[in-house]
Design a protein around this ligand. Structure first.
Ligand code: ASP
Length: 325
């Protein structure tokens, strides 16, 4: 029987009502009491490094998870992380960069309803995750609502429904129907694992809206090393902010152009408002990457090097299916 380490971190799945609303309270042992069938699927150990609503998750928590998995990598066949859904896609993307080329499944899951409620998706998601983690090789992935999504491709697209996550610009890796796992994409990135222990979280997201103040462009100047500009459509910068962009680039900030449009990605060479930036600065862009992957990949790349050419190389390397262009 395979050995899985269950890493419980809080979230709705482990929450119960408090005077102000749902708050994490159940231990990993409590969670397992709700899924007695788990003992027929795998041997389980548990650990609970923190116990929080995922709204409170920060890059320091991603490094804690990386550390637990690195230290226990040889002891277990796979890892299942119970996590709040709100920032689950960020954590999955961050772990995809911190732990690369892993053959052992690192699965993230959670629930829209607490496991203690009569009507809940928690039990199915947890059992599906254990089943998938025992079913063969896989890197970092999310198991939720019967779908398996690559760790770099997920986005929370529904706040309430059980199918809370979508796979953006990439097919699902697999689906799970009761006891049956159907894989659509074979996993073949098993030359690792390679663990990374540093991130630079001095990253800022600037979302453009028509009429945004010029000063907003420079707001991040002092406290950020990397800036993601979430532009419109395939990407571009309004004429009036070109001086500000120039200032950011002159000060050595890594600037990346992203798009507010969820599907199909950026392509800044198409229009003059973007093409001129490509020509002048060789501006980096996200292409088909999700925003969650973009910001966490930038934190990882900035955490590995200060050399602009190396940061560019790391950012443009495809990792855990994050980038197809
Ligand atoms: N606020 C919760 C959290 O992210 C939502 C959830 O888990 O579904 O921890």
């Amino acid at each position: 029987m395979k050995k899985i380490l269950l890493i419980a971190t809080g979230g709705t799945i482990a929450s119960e009502p408090s005077a102000d609303g749902l708050a994490p309270s159940l231990t990993p042992e409590d969670l397992l009491r709700y899924i007695p069938d788990a003992k027929d699927i795998c041997e389980l150990d548990t650990v609970q490094p923190f116990h929080i609503d995922s709204t409170n998750v920060a890059p320091s928590h991603w490094l804690i998870l990386e550390d637990i998995i690195e230290k226990n990598y040889e002891k277990y066949d796979g890892f299942v992380i119970c996590h709040g859904t709100d920032t689950l896609a960020y954590t999955a993307a961050a772990l995809s960069y911190l732990i690369q080329h892993t053959r052992k499944p690192i699965i993230l899951t959670g629930a829209q309803k607490p496991i203690s409620e009569d009507s809940t998706d928690a039990k199915t998601n947890l059992i599906d995750s254990l089943r998938f983690a025992c079913s063969g090789d896989c890197g970092v992935a999310i198991v939720f609502g019967g779908q398996v999504i690559a760790g770099t491709r997920a986005r929370k697209t529904r706040t309430k429904s059980y199918n809370a996550f979508s796979s953006i610009n990439f097919p699902e890796l697999a689906s799970i129907h009761d006891t049956r796992v159907v894989r659509y994409i074979p996993y073949n990135d098993d030359k690792g694992p390679v663990f990374y222990r540093s991130l630079n979280d001095r990253v800022f997201l600037l979302k453009l809206i028509p009429g945004i103040a010029e000063a907003a462009f420079l707001a991040a100047l002092d406290f950020c090393d990397g800036i993601v500009i979430e532009s419109y459509g395939v990407g571009g910068i309004p004429d009036i902010y070109l001086d500000e962009l120039d200032e950011l680039i002159k000060k050595g900030k890594t600037v990346i152009m992203a798009t507010q449009v969820t599907q199909e990605g950026s392509d800044i060479k198409v229009y003059e408002v973007g093409g001129r930036l490509k020509k002048r600065y060789k501006l980096l862009e996200t292409y088909d990457m999700t925003l969650e992957a973009t910001v966490t990949k930038l934190m990882w790349a900035l955490g590995q090097s200060k050399d602009p050419a190396e940061i560019r190389r790391l950012f443009c390397t495809s990792i855990n299916y994050d980038l197809l262009f």
